[in-house]
Ligand binder design. Sequence first.
Ligand code: BDR
Ligand code: CA
Length: 322
Amino acid sequence: MHPEPTPVYLDCDTGIDDALALGHLLASPRADLVGVGCVHGNIDVDAAVENTRRLVTLAGRGDIPVAPGASAPLVGEFAGGAPHVHGVDGIGGVRESLPSPTAVPVDGDAVDLLLRLSREHVGELQLLAIGPLTNLAHALDRDPGLVDRVAGVTVMGGAARVPGNVHPVAEANIWHDPEAAQVVVAAPWPVTLVPLDTTMEHTLDERHRQRLCDSASAYARACGEMLDRYLDFYGEVVLGRRAAALHDPLAAAVMLGEVNRVRSPRVPVEVDCSRGPGRGQTICDLRSQRRLVGDVDGANVRVVLETAPGYVDLLLDLLEQV
Ligand code: BDR
Ligand code: CA
C-alpha cells in the first residue's frame, strides 16, 4: 500500500533545474503539488510565473494554482537574473515552444496562496523553496502562526563545507536575499537545508539528456532541450566537463524521502547579512560534528551534508512519466 501523497507548496524562480524539480513533483507518487509561488531569482518574477504556468500546462496540470510573489529581495533590487546559466527566458530558450497557459490566473499573490494552503492542510503541508527565500520571509512576517501549521520546510540553498557558486562562500539562492534566508532559518519551524555540499555531487550528463530528448513524454523532451544550455554553462564555467548539478530536483527528492540522507545533523545555522565578502554565507556550526554527536539540542535546521548516490536515474524515470 502506498502512503497518502504529501501536500506540497513549491516556491521557485523557474529556471532550468527548477523545471526539473517541478517535473519530479508532478510525477512522484509521494507528492501532491497543491500550489506554486514564484519569486525573483534566476529570472524576474513575471517570467518565472510565465515559465511555470506553461510547464504545468505542458504537463496537463494547468489546474495547479501558480501565483506571483516578490519581485525584489527584502533589501535592494532584483539582481538581473542569471541569463548566462539559464538562458534569457530562464528555461534555455524553450519557452515559446511550450503551450500557452490555459488556467485562469489565481487571485492574490504567493503569500496569500501559501497561507491559504497552510490552513487547508494544517500539520501536513511541506514547503519546498528552490529560489531566494523572499516569499517565505514575507509570509512569516504577515502571519507568524504559519510556523505551527506546516509540517516542514526544505530549502535548496547554502554551502556548509564547500565553496559557494556565485561568490566564494555564497550560494545563489541565499545570495539573492540573505536577509530573507536569515528570517527563514531563525524561525521556529523545522528547516532542512540541501546545500551545494550534496547537490554538486548529483549530476546529469549528455547521455542522460539524450534519453530525455528521445522520451515519449513532452515534458521530458522539453527538459532535454533546455538542458543543452545548462550543460554548456556547467561544462565551460563550473565543472570542466559537460555535466550539470541537480540542485533543485535533489531537494525535492530529499523532502519526499526518495533519496537517503547519509549525513544530515541538526546544527545552529546563521546567514551572513553583512556587506563584506562573507555576505550570503550559510554559517553552519559543525564544531560538534568532530565528536560525531549528530543533532545539537535546540537547533532547528537540518543540514544535508551527504546523500546516497544514484538520484539521476530516479529523476529520469519520473520525468518520463510526467
Ligand atoms: C540554485 O540557484 C539557481 O540558479 C538554481 O535554480 C538553484 O536553485 C543553485 O545555486
Ligand atoms: Ca532555483
